[in-house]
Each structure stands twice: as C-alpha cells, then as structure tokens.
Design a protein around this ligand. Sequence first.
Ligand code: S3P
Length: 425
Amino acid sequence: MLKRVEKINKGLSGEITIPADKSISHRAVMFSSIASGNCIIRNFSSGADCHSTLNIFKQLGVNIDFIDKKTLSVNSDGTLKKSFSPLDAGNSGTTTRLVSGILAGQNFDSVIIGDESLSKRPMKRIIEPLTLMGAKIESVDGHAPLTIHGGKLKGINYTSKLASAQVKSCILLAGLYAEGETTVTEPYVSRNHTELLLDYLGADIKVNGTSVTVRPSELEAKDITVVGDISSAAFFIAAGLIVPNSDFIIKNVGLNPTRAGIIDIVKRMTGEISILNEHNESGEPVGDIRVRYSENLNGCTIEGEDIPKLIDELPVIAVLASQADGQTVVKNAEDLRNKESDRIRCLVSELTKIGINITEKTDGFIIEGKSKIEGGAELESYHDHRLAMSFYVAGLIAEKEIGINGFEWTKISFPEFEELFNKLV
Ligand code: S3P
C-alpha cells in the first residue's frame, strides 16, 4: 500500500496513550504459558508479531482466550504439548529466538518457520549457545526454518559477543529447563524485560552487572499489565521535536532505563522533553512524556552502551538528527543490518532520496544536520514497519509530498500508528 504524507502546517497538540510494548507483550504470553495457574494479561499488543507468539502457544496446548481486544486470560499447568504442524513466527525475530530457548528444553520436537524477511535473519547467534547447552537444532545454513529437537539441557556460562536481549533471553529461558546454573554475560546491558518479568513470576534469577544467572525454576502465574511501548512513542517524540509549534503529552510510556535511550539522546541534543507521573507496573517503570518543538537541537554521537538502549529507534533518530545543528554520528550499530531489513543500507538509500544528508558506515551512519527535507519522492519501506513509520515522520516536515510503499507493514508492531497521529493534528 502506498501512503502519501504531506507537510503539516500547524503544530501537533493534545494527548495520546501509547499502546502496549511489543517486547513485554511477547514475554507476558510466553512466560505465563510456561507458568502454572491462571492469569490475566492486560493491555496486550495488537501488533501482528505478538499475535504470532500468542498463536504459537495456543498451538503448544496452552489455553489462551481473549476477554476483550487487549485482555487475555492464560490458563496453563506450566507444561507445553507437541505441535504436529510448524509454528509460524511470521515476521518476528523475538518470537523465533525466545521460543527456541523454551522449545530446546521440552521433551518433544518442534519446527519454527517464518516469512521471507525472518528466514533471512541470523539464527546462529542462538543455535551456537543452545548447542553448547546440549540442544540439537537443524537450520538452513543458520536460518529459519529451525527444527528443534527438545531434550535434556545443561547449564552454561556464556559470554555473548552481542548485546542482544533476544540472545540473552533465549539462553535464560533454556536455562529454566537446564541442569545447574546458566549465566549469560553481554558486552553492554541489553533490554532487561526478561529478567524483570521472570523475577516477578518467581524465577530464581540474579543480575550482576552485565551478567545474568538463572537456575531451573517453576514460574507461578500472576496477572500482568503491559506498559506502553517506548519504541512506538519514539515516532511521536521525534515528530513533536521537529514539527514547529508542537506541544503534547504521550501517556503510559514504558521508561525502563535499558530501553529508554531515546530520552537520554533527546536530552543530549537539548530537546524539550519531560517526564511526568512516573510509577511502576508489573515490575516496569512507566510515565507520561511531554514533548515540545525544539528549534535548537544539537547533533551528537551515539555509540557503545547507548546502542542496545535505542537500537529500534535509530531509524527515527536519523530523521530527528537531520533537523539538528551539526553532525550526528551513529557507531557500533552493525546489528542494525540484521533487523527486519538492513536498516543502515535502507535508511541511507531512502532518506537520501528526500534530501537528507546521510552517509553509510559499516557500523552506522553520519547525518549532517539542518538538512532541508525536499520530499517529492516515493520511499520503499522494505517490508520494515519501523522504516515505514520513520519515513512518515520525515514526511510531516517535507517540502513536497512523499510516498511510502508498504505502509501496511506498520501492523507488525503498531496498527494504531496513523489513527493516533491524526488525534494530534
Ligand atoms: C528485542 C530485542 C532487540 C530489538 C527487538 C526486540 C526483544 O533485538 O531489536 O525489536 O524483545 O528482546 P536484539 O536484542 O536482538 O538487538
């Protein structure tokens, strides 16, 4: 679907509530499916990725029912049953990698399949540690479909080269079923939703700096309320900062410090952002964000430990940085090439078409600020939801209308995206 976006001639204003966090929604269904007892999950994501996870656990024999569109009841005895048909993870890397960890520890075999994009994404990063734990996994040269021969696992002490929450979570989940202790150490702390939620559900899990250790544990079902997704809020934060005269409130945004890197960056750029009503929900910090148009943003360097805290926000940060004063340099983000698209290559090719001055680097990109966004071009979203939404934000300040091909991919994480934008216009 081709979406046309025109420059808006007034500021964004009002108040919106951001829908559920994708990472936490996945984990809520997964962990309550392997916990014993009944629970209610409130504010579950309506994104297609989280529904892939939900359908997989139904297929694995867990009773999951919708009470309403965003409320689930999960009823499990903590065990899973073999599925005789393949488990379809769709477009979702999180589903594939985390579910693989769980399935490696079962006493049955499973096959995980996915769409074209998912089938290109690297799975060696989980096959290698799971194999060290004793799992037997067949893949197509390190890619899905994955055949997981479930069986007995042993704990490992694993040092990951990547700061990846998906890799860390996969190993920790396998560790719940392994003999002895399992420790994962990462170069930098990646998002810690797995640690927080496993702890909330009673797992034996300990964090020590960049290391996390888990022991075999039985989880106890507990109601979970999912906070709003900061990665979805990011599109609104960027838009508010660059659309002249904007001033609005984004309610119910998850503010977990391992995820909220965009807020640190906006402050580094001297953007006008403030946090209100901070509180806690099912173990996760949450609050409201006020964002205002900020004419004098500064470019900055984003690197090292910043990266895992805002990895999914880098496409929209590229658009934001195009309006700052001076250069913005993004380094150490090579894993952006392994997301739903090669986000470095695709960002550079598409943003260049509309007049943004962006240079490709192996591990990131450099943006020259105060780029005039000319627009007047059709951009390709490469089946990547976050690229489609980032281009939409650029379109709001482009001189000439832009077109976005494949805009329907926003349904992967944020089907409500455009409806919410319209509320602020
Ligand atoms: C996710 C972790 C990140 C992120 C993805 C969701 C998660 O991936 O890009 O959208 O829920 O654990 P990596 O941890 O592999 O970088």
